[in-house]
Design a binder for this molecule. Structure first.
Ligand code: AMP
Ligand code: GLY
Length: 421
């Protein structure tokens, strides 16, 4: 089989790494890929949002399976376009990806079908939003409706911050048309757990629960990032919690999507928060999480291509999805200054020292390669994932691994996985 992975971050490197283990796969392409991915796949210089380019490449090269990683191409209908051209693609159609790309849609959807979530109101009128803010309890969250590269949720301690967030989103349009509507919601407190689930629109198979570390510095302080590290499994996501979620969140979500005529096939991401008042959904995403994928897929025993094909053919019920009884930790190395201003182009040293380690993987996020050397090429540069028989040993290995890697102004958190002990 010839497989094309669309995207070029740490999630896509992990997808390529896992797909490469399938005996059925003879060739992997990645568009656009990155420096590290180019070791396992042929990187092709097509942007991940270039639908025509991806369809043309897939047709010309007789690709048997396209796996779409990021949210933007899913929201733009890449899977629909591939299907129309007769190419098998893994990921939801545009009309199902709306569960991620419109928060107003997903909040109304949860309210309509009784799926537990934070209380909220959605507005497409600036004055109405501001008037509403005058009568609310604080803190709360102000959110742009559409995709905003993970930056569209603003935490507001009081009216002034909230009002200025509404102004930024709806008037200054800092997120473009993603800010045509705004969602204002109550602030929930609790631990966040991510559950990714395979679904073919009939059967839903949750993967192991993981926990992300969103802020740039240790002890959850500093600005929010795309994710500074993850671990799995989450001990807070007990079999009882999983059972509750299956009955009250996962199955109702699939049934409701079908009822709305939006059959979802792909990976559905449940961003959960474990509150004193039960488990609630903070957000849905229509794809694998990044960096959650970097700890979840290394624990998957199955051939991932078998699962992808079963999802496409709507026979996921025939597959027994199995997990390693191990722990996984991913520590992200970022460029100094990230998530604000940072430099690119520094040489990365030490990656080759980890080449022979079996349970330590280096998944590249923002790297470029030239003449056999790697250079930094993004805010999040790479993630070191380690497996261990338990969380403590996985943490030790991940830090031993990242300790061998260096580049100018490299920054990483020292507390990834501690909450999983
Ligand atoms: P979102 O853009 O909706 O994914 O939100 C980004 C992050 O903001 C989430 O992962 C949470 O950490 C936090 N967050 C969003 N909404 C809420 C909420 N209602 N209560 C508490 N935290 C939230
Ligand atoms: N880790 C958060 C996301 O993938 O959206």
């Amino acid at each position: 089989m010839k497989v094309l992975v669309v995207g070029g971050g740490g999630r896509e490197h992990t997808l390529v790494w896992k797909i490469a283990q399938s005996p059925r796969v003879e060739k992997i392409y990645c568009a656009p890929g990155n420096g590290g991915i180019s070791q396992q796949a042929e990187c092709v210089p097509i942007k991940d949002t270039d639908i025509d380019g991806i369809v043309e490449f897939s047709t010309t090269n007789k690709i048997d399976l396209v796996v779409v990683g990021p949210d933007d191409p899913l929201a733009a209908g890449m899977v629909d376009a591939l299907e129309a051209a007769g190419i098998r693609a893994f990921g939801p159609n545009k009309n199902a990806a709306i569960i991620e790309y419109s928060k107003a849609f997903s909040k109304n959807f949860m309210k309509k079908y009784g799926i537990p979530t934070a209380r909220y109101e959605a507005f497409d009128n600036y004055d109405h939003a501001i008037e509403y803010l005058k009568h609310q309890e604080y803190p709360l969250y102000v959110k742009a409706d559409g995709l905003a590269r993970g930056k569209g949720a603003i935490f507001a301690q009081g009216f002034d911050v909230a009002a200025s967030a509404v102004n930024d989103i709806m008037v200054r349009k800092v997120f473009g048309s993603s800010g045509d509507k705004v969602v204002i919601e109550e602030c929930l407190t609790g631990v966040e757990v991510t559950v990714l689930a395979f679904t073919d629109g009939k059967t839903i198979v949750p993967m192991v629960g993981s926990q992300d570390h969103k802020t740039v510095f240790d002890n959850d302080v500093g600005l929010n990032t795309g994710g500074m590290g993850t671990f799995a499994p989450s001990k807070l996501y007990t079999p009882e919690v999983a059972d509750y979620c299956m009955k009250n969140i996962y199955e109702p979500t699939i049934a409701a999507l079908n009822k709305e005529g939006r059959k979802f096939k792909g990976v559905l991401y449940f961003g959960l928060i474990l509150t004193g008042d039960g488990v609630k959904v903070i957000e849905y995403n229509s794809r694998f999480g990044d960096p959650e994928t970097q700890v979840v897929l290394p624990l998957l025993k199955n051939d991932l291509v078998d699962i992808f094909e079963a999802v496409i053919d709507e026979r996921l019920d025939e597959i027994k999805v199995e997990w390693e009884n191990k722990a996984a930790v991913c520590v992200v190395a970022a460029s100094g200054g990230y998530p604000e201003k940072f430099e690119k182009g520094y040489e990365i040293k030490g990656i080759e020292d980890l080449a022979n380690e079996t349970d330590i993987m280096v998944f590249h996020a923002g790297t470029a390669s030239k003449d056999g050397k790697y250079y930094t090429n993004g805010g999040r540069v790479l993630g070191v994932t380690a497996l261990g028989p338990d969380m403590a040993q996985a943490i030790d290995r991940a830090y031993k691994g990242i300790g061998k890697i260096s580049f100018t102004d490299m920054h990483y958190r020292k507390d990834i996985g501690k909450k999983g002990l």
